[in-house]
Design a protein around this ligand. Sequence first.
Ligand code: ATP
Ligand code: MG
Length: 406
Amino acid sequence: MSIMNFDRIMIRYGEMALKGKNRRAFEQKLQSNIAIKLRKYPNTTIKKTQGRMFVLLNGEKPHEVMKECQEVFGIHSLSFAVMVEKEEEQMKEAVMLAFHDARNARTFKISSKRTDKTFPIPSQELNPLLGGHILRQTEDVKVDVHNPDVEIKVEVRHEGCYVTAQDYPGAGGLPVGTTGKSLLMLSGGIDSPVAGYLTMKRGVEIEAIHFHSPPYTSERAKQKVIDLAQALSKFGSRVKIHVIPFTAIQQKIHREMPEGYSMTIMRRMMMRISEQVAARNELLSITTGESLGQVASQTMESMNTINEVTNYPIIRPLVSMDKIEIIDISRKIGTYDISIRPFEDCCTVFVPKAPKTKPTRKNANYYESNSDFTRDIEKALEESYIVEVSPDRQSGQQDDEFDDLL
Ligand code: ATP
Ligand code: MG
């Protein structure tokens, strides 16, 4: 029985059309994002060498660290690896370890490379030597040089012999923080967290904005949004949530606007406030979970009418997706179970029985011109506050505990 274990994880991020300065920024950000993610594994260290990174485990549990790394955007694939002495028995033990990492592999291939020419065994001889060892130690396993279940890479270098196991998929995308910042309109639904995730995947750092309407919406409804933001923070490092008290504006819309337009006008108010928050925090775009055709309010007319009030770029990553694809992603990223908790959302509380599915800009402007919302918007902004979450803050905490993070 072997006591050998992997001592590092190899991280591949590919060339990615990155040149010069961009590449440096990409690598630095990736390294610091991995470091933040691995804070709870304090013995790990990160080493960068020509187009690759290694996480040295220094005794931390390999699979736990692997799981964390797989959530970091900007990584194409990862493998466990181990460095052993340039000595036959250790090398055999290392290839066995690598083979067993691919649990169901029935075929394998060993690819050896000998950089250290003082090592006496040339690579053509090393492949059958190490491969033969695996064949003797296993049953029903074959070598397949063309299409193996697992390719085990052996590299004999000056400082030692590296053995690398199967590839694990990385999260892809770009390191969060390399392509700017966006304000995510985060409701308690299924869609907006997924929209946030997909935006982060493209390297965007997000802050969130949430409109809530106490006492129509409860503290637990707000907590749900905090938990969603926390789930998203796993893919960045922390997320600030701008919580906007929205009751007064909704009541005024309810009182003063025609019922058929209340939904559209409410969304326009949300958008106006979002733009202000974005501008004040140097966020250059707004991200929403809007889709097309999911519900009666999600029409091209509605999008057009709501969009009139801002000229900020609106990122709508879900616009090309089916609901089933969105749900799949929400399950994968761990937001689904939070999203389906049965708490009310401010939109559903005030939702009219028959919202206009084809609103126009002209009508919306006309109705809004009968009331002045300027002061209400200012007041909502004044009364807004920030909740900040990070992955190591447990979900379900009370608000006053979050306050000390501000
Ligand atoms: P979701 O599943 O994200 O709630 P949805 O399918 O319910 O989306 P809508 O209710 O039409 O769609 O909302 C469209 C988008 O508007 C949401 O995805 C979200 O980005 C934003 N939004 C809706 N309600 C709120 C809210 N209370 N606070 C912040 N943003 C919101
Ligand atoms: Mg919703």
